[in-house]
Design a protein around this ligand. Sequence first.
Ligand code: PLP
Length: 389
Amino acid sequence: MSHRSGRHFLQIPGPTNVPDRVLRAIDAPTIDHRGPDFARLGLEVLEGLREVFQTSGPVVVYPSSGTGAWEAALVNTLQPGDRVLAFETGHFATLWQGMAERLGLDVRWVEGDWRHGVQPEAVQEALEADPSIAAVMVVHNETSTGVTSRIPEIRAAIDAAGSDALFLVDVISSLGSIDYRHEEWGVDVTVGGSQKGLMLPAGLGFNAVSPRAVEISKTSGSPRSYWDWAPILEANESGFWPYTSATNLLYGLREALAMLREEGLPTVFARHARHAEAARAAVEAWGLEVLAVDPRERSAVLTGVVVPEDVDADEVRRVILERFDMSLGAGLGKLKGRIFRIGHLGDFNDLMLAGTLCGVEMGLRIAGVPIEPGVPAALDVLEREPVLA
Ligand code: PLP
């Protein structure tokens, strides 16, 4: 492989660009994971994570990918035979549902078209029809489609149905990018990962847990060992973990949390929303379609772009990678070849987005897709002063 000058444009919707500050923080000597310096690091990151999840309760951290944190959420709170309600919003919701089935849960699966989020009315209806449902599983931001479900409205629907089902929410691609409030929105287990809005490499999985979820896990749940919250929560009280910690990732996490705090979460959320607006402006001006149908559900972290019937989206991505050294997200599952996904999350700014959209526009043209110029429409959005929502 020959050298390519300049930085690769990693515009997939995660893992995201790891900022130099985080890379430098990770690049430090490993310390004793049972020593006093480590305890300070542990306590600091556990405290900082609460800010990002917007909770006063604990956040359990695993050396795992997000998939591990999904499993932890299920096995700590539910046992085989328990009925759960889940929604087909896209590829990741489907994967989580498959996991729930393999763990012996009885999944009520509400089919969807991969262009809409979870409908609060459907949640209420399903819970009213079946009061035995023990948990509701929702993917906040469906990374495969660019559709964001409205968590507070879903919470209200659970309440309106008079249900005491646990509320389990995946924020793997929204955490640190889209406003999300674990405590205020009454979520029992929030599942996160390190490699998207938190600007870290993959390798840390998170469960923010409500007091009720912790109580239930003490007497219930499935057989588990590694994923068990109890020994982790106990060790975390003094800043440790019950096994060897991913120390260098925690260094990176400390730095990433500092960066989010310095920018301020409201500014971070507004930045993502503004970039998404600019990306959509380009897509619409190109004459292409944004996959997310409902304007209330359009993701701030990625944009799914539908290509014309006779175009293979993977061919467009191939051209863009080859010519401009930029990676875009592929269509996953049943969207393979039908869409490509532009990631605009994490450590990202206006000119990075402008460059990204220029690369997409040139790539579409080279691939023979008939489009109108779209970048000027995005620049119009970017020329406006950023404002807080
Ligand atoms: N959930 C969502 C919404 C995701 O985007 C991903 C990965 O992209 C996952 C779950 C799975 O996480 P991981 O690949 O870190 O195991």
